[in-house]
Write a new protein. Structure first.
Lengths: 271, 460
C-alpha cells in the first residue's frame, strides 16, 4: 500500500492540481473529542516544497486537523483519531510509530509565540540536544547560527544569544520559534495561525520567511486571513464543519472556486 | 445599665432610624412620582442607622472605659472613704468588695470597713449609669436627627454608606496588621530587657546553652550561647525535614500535574492536603511513639550504639512529612501555571514528557517551587510540637542526626513554662529567641513573596 501512497510522476500528471511529489496524505481521517466529531472523513494530499493553507471559519476543525499531522492531539486526554495519515507512505498512527521521531520530522509553530524561558541560544539548541543530533559544541553553534539565519533572525540577535528568548518582541519570538523548529531539520513544518498575535510588519516578515522556507520543507499553515492564504500558499483547502469543502491551487480557489460555499466564504458572505 | 444593654439600645435605635429613613425615602417617591431618588430607600435607611448606631457605640465603649474611674473618684470623695487604710492592696480590696455588693454580684462584705462604702458606691453607680444612659440616648437621637434632616430625593446616601462600608473593611484588615505590630513591639520590649542583662554577642555567638532559671545575681553570659539552638533548628527544620519534603513534595506535584489522570488527581490531591490538616501535636505523637523508636532500633541495627530515643532524625523526618503538602501544593500551583503553550512547544519539538518536565516545565516553575520551599522552611523552623515531643531538650552542637538536639521553639516553651521568675534572664531569653525566630521567618517569607511576584510577571 505504501507504493500506492506515493504518486508517480504519471499519477501526478493525471491530477493537474497535484503536480508536486507528495509528502503527506490523509485518508478518511475523523477526529473525535469524546463523543463529538471534530473532523469528519477528511482526505487530503500535501505536496513537497509547497505551502498548503487551511482556511475556514472558526471552529471548522482546521487547527484540529493540523494537530493530527504530528500527533499533537495525543496530548489531549479524550481525543481519538480514525483513518490513516501517511508521511512518506508510512502511517503515523500505526502502533509501532515513535511519536518523538515523528515530531522531529514534522515540526510545529504555534499561534502564540512560545519561546522557552531560556536564552536564545538554548531555545534553538533544545531540539538538537534532545534528539542527540550533535554532541560537539562547535557543531551546535553551527546549527544555532544556521537555524537563526534561515529564520531571518541572526542579524538581530547574534550579539545577544545569551539573552532570554522571552525578552524579544512578538515577531522576533515567532521567528525564534520557527528557527527552533528548523533546528531539528524537519521535513514538514506545521504552522497554526503563526501571525495572529503579530502586527502587520512582523506578519510580513514571517510571510516572506515562509516563502523562503518552502524551498526546503513542506509547509502547512492554518490561517484566518484569506489574504494571507492567497499571499503565501500555493495550495488551499477550505474547511467547513469538520470537512474539506474544496482543495486545489490557491489561485483557483480564490479566483474561480468550484463550490458555492467556498465562494461565499472568500467573498466574506460568512465566517 | 450595663454596656450590653446600652449596646442593645443603640441597635434598637438604629433599627428605628433605619425604618424611619426608609419610609421617608419611600415617601419622597410617593409625593413626587416623577422624581428619581439618587439612592435606593434602603441606602437612606442605612445612612441614618449608621448615624444613630456608630456614635452611640463609640460613646458606650468610651464610657465603659472612663466611668469606673469617675465612680471611684466620687466614692473616695465621700466622708466614709477617709477611714480606708492607705496601704494600696488593702484599700483596693475593700473598694472592690464594696463595689461588688453595690452592683449586686456579692451579697455581703467580708470586711466590715467596706460596708460603709457600699451605700456611696451604690449612689455613685446609679448616678453615672443614669448619665451614661441619658447621654447615649441623646447622642443616638442627635445623630439620627442630623442624618434624617439631610435626607432629600437627590441625597447621595448610597455613596456615603458605601464609603463607610469601605471604612469597615479597612478596619478589619487593620486588625491583623496592628496585631503583628503589637507582637513585634512586645517582643522588642522584652528582648531589649534581656539584652540589658546578657550581651547580644554572647547570645548570638556563644556555643554553650544552659541557662539556670534559679540562679541569683548577674547572669553568666557564657550560659546563654544560642548557637546550638540555632543549629538544632536549622538541622532539623531546614536540613533533615527538607531532605524529606523537597523530593517527595516535588515528585508528587509533578506526578499530579503531568502524569495523573483527572480522576486520580481528583482523589489524590485532597488526600495529600489532608496531611496539612493533621494537628501538629498528632505528628508529635507519631514522631515520639512510632518514628523515634524505629530510628533508634535501625541505628542500633547498623551499629550506631549512641543513638538515643530522642533524635534529631526522628523529629526531622516527621517534620519533613508534615511539610510535604506545603511544598507540593506550591509546586503544583507553579507547575500548573506554566503555560500549556510551553509544554506543547517542547512536545512538538519531539521531546518526551520526561524531557519536557525536566528541561522546560520545572525550570520555568522553579521560582514558584523555591518560594514554596522557603515558606515550608519558615513553617518548619517555627514548628514546636514535634520537636518538643521527639527532639529532646539537650542543646547539642553536633552533626550526628541520631543525637538528641533542641530547637529555638523548644527552648521558648521550656523557658516560659519553667519555674524561673518572669524578670529572670532565663525566662526573658525566650523573647530574644522568639525575636530571632520571628526575624528569620519574616525574612524567608519576604524573600518567598518577592520571588513569587517576580515570576508571576515573567509570564504575564
Amino acid at each position: 500500500m505504501n507504493a500506492e501512497a506515493i504518486p508517480t510522476q504519471a499519477q501526478a500528471a493525471e491530477k493537474p492540481y497535484f503536480d508536486a511529489p507528495l509528502k503527506m496524505s490523509a485518508k478518511n481521517v475523523s477526529v473525535f473529542y469524546g463523543e463529538k466529531r471534530a473532523i469528519d472523513d477528511v482526505s487530503i494530499e500535501i505536496p513537497q516544497r509547497y505551502v498548503t493553507a487551511f482556511i475556514g471559519p472558526s471552529g471548522c476543525g482546521k487547527s484540529t486537523f493540523l494537530r493530527t499531522l504530528n500527533r499533537m492531539n495525543d496530548t489531549i486526554a479524550n481525543a481519538r483519531v480514525e483513518g490513516e495519515i501517511l508521511l512518506d507512505g508510512e502511517d503515523i498512527y500505526k502502533s509501532g510509530m515513535d511519536v518523538v521521531q515523528l515530531r522531529a520530522r514534522v515540526g510545529m509553530v504555534f499561534q502564540k509565540p512560545n519561546p522557552f524561558p531560556k536564552s536564545i541560544y538554548e531555545n534553538i539548541a533544545y531540539g538538537p540536544k534532545i534528539h542527540g543530533i550533535t554532541g560537539s559544541k562547535a557543531e551546535l553553534d553551527e546549527i544555532v547560527e544556521q537555524s537563526l539565519r534561515r529564520a531571518g533572525l541572526w542579524d538581530e540577535v547574534k550579539d545577544r544569544l545569551s539573552d532570554s528568548g522571552t525578552a524579544l518582541s512578538g515577531g522576533q519570538q515567532q521567528r525564534l520559534c520557527i528557527a527552533r523548529a528548523i533546528a531539528v531539520d524537519p521535513e514538514v513544518i506545521l504552522m497554526d495561525e503563526p501571525c495572529s498575535a503579530l502586527d502587520p510588519i512582523a506578519t510580513a516578515r514571517i510571510e516572506e520567511l515562509i516563502d523562503e522556507l518552502r524551498a526546503r520543507y513542506a509547509i502547512v499553515i492554518v490561517t484566518h486571513s484569506m489574504q494571507q492564504a492567497a499571499r503565501v500558499s500555493q495550495r488551499t483547502a477550505f474547511f467547513h464543519l469538520g470537512k474539506i469543502v474544496e482543495y486545489g491551487k490557491t489561485s483557483d480557489i480564490f479566483t474561480n472556486p468550484r463550490e458555492e460555499r467556498t465562494k461565499d466564504y472568500i467573498t466574506g458572505r460568512y465566517g | 445599665m450595663s454596656p450590653a444593654i446600652l449596646l442593645l439600645l443603640a441597635l434598637g435605635l438604629s433599627l428605628f432610624g433605619w425604618l424611619a429613613a426608609r419610609s421617608r425615602a419611600w415617601a419622597f417617591r410617593r409625593e413626587a412620582p416623577g422624581v428619581r431618588l439618587h439612592s435606593l430607600p434602603n441606602f437612606h435607611g442605612w445612612y441614618v442607622a449608621l448615624w444613630v448606631g456608630v456614635p452611640t457605640v463609640i460613646f458606650v465603649v468610651l464610657w465603659n472605659a472612663i466611668s469606673p474611674a469617675l465612680v471611684t473618684a466620687q466614692v473616695l470623695a465621700d466622708p466614709a472613704a477617709a477611714a480606708l487604710p492607705t496601704f494600696g492592696f488593702e484599700r483596693e480590696t475593700m473598694l472592690a468588695e464594696a463595689r461588688a455588693v453595690a452592683e449586686g454580684s456579692a451579697f455581703g462584705v467580708f470586711n466590715e470597713q467596706a460596708q460603709a462604702l457600699v451605700e456611696p458606691y451604690r449612689s455613685a453607680l446609679g448616678f453615672y449609669r443614669t448619665i451614661g444612659f441619658a447621654v447615649a440616648v441623646l447622642i443616638a437621637f442627635a445623630g439620627g436627627a442630623f442624618a434624617y434632616t439631610r435626607l432629600k430625593p437627590d441625597f447621595t446616601a448610597r455613596t456615603r454608606v458605601e464609603r463607610s462600608v469601605m471604612a469597615l473593611l479597612l478596619l478589619a484588615s487593620l486588625v491583623a496588621i496592628l496585631t503583628t505590630v503589637g507582637i513585634i513591639v512586645s517582643l522588642v520590649f522584652e528582648t531589649v530587657r534581656f539584652f540589658g542583662m546578657v550581651s547580644p554577642i554572647d547570645f548570638l555567638f556563644g556555643t554553650h546553652w544552659s541557662p539556670d532559671p534559679m540562679s541569683m545575681g548577674a547572669p553568666d553570659g557564657r550560659d546563654y550561647g544560642a548557637i546550638p539552638l540555632f543549629w538544632g533548628t536549622i538541622y532539623i527544620g531546614a536540613i533533615i525535614a527538607m531532605i524529606v519534603a523537597i523530593p517527595l513534595g516535588l515528585m508528587s506535584a509533578i506526578f499530579l500535574t503531568q502524569y495523573a489522570s483527572n480522576t486520580v488527581r481528583k482523589v489524590m490531591k485532597p488526600l495529600l492536603e489532608i496531611l496539612a490538616g493533621v494537628p501538629t501535636v498528632v505528628y508529635g505523637y507519631f514522631a515520639a511513639l512510632t518514628v523515634a523508636p524505629l530510628v533508634r532500633d535501625m541505628a542500633h541495627a547498623v551499629g550506631i550504639s549512641s543513638a538515643s530515643t530522642e533524635s534529631a532524625l526522628a523529629a526531622g523526618l516527621v517534620m519533613g512529612i508534615m511539610i510535604i503538602p506545603f511544598v507540593s501544593s506550591m509546586a503544583d500551583d507553579s507547575i500548573a501555571a506554566v503555560p500549556q503553550a510551553l509544554r506543547d512547544g517542547s512536545l512538538a519539538m519531539g521531546a518526551t514528557t520526561a524531557e519536557t518536565i525536566r528541561k522546560v516545565i520545572v525550570p520555568a516553575a522553579l521560582p514558584g517551587i523555591v518560594a514554596g520551599v522557603m515558606l515550608a522552611i519558615s513553617r518548619a523552623i517555627g514548628e514546636t510540637m514535634i520537636v518538643v515531643m521527639a527532639a529532646g531538650a539537650a542543646a547539642n552542637l553536633s552533626a550526628n542526626p541520631f543525637e538528641s538536639m533542641t530547637t529555638v521553639t523548644f527552648q521558648i516553651v521550656a523557658m516560659l513554662t519553667g519555674e524561673g521568675s518572669f524578670d529572670h534572664p532565663a525566662t526573658l531569653s525566650a523573647f530574644a529567641l522568639g525575636m530571632v525566630l520571628f526575624l528569620v521567618t519574616l525574612t524567608l517569607n519576604f524573600i518567598a513573596l518577592r520571588v513569587v511576584k517576580r515570576y508571576r510577571e515573567a509570564y504575564d
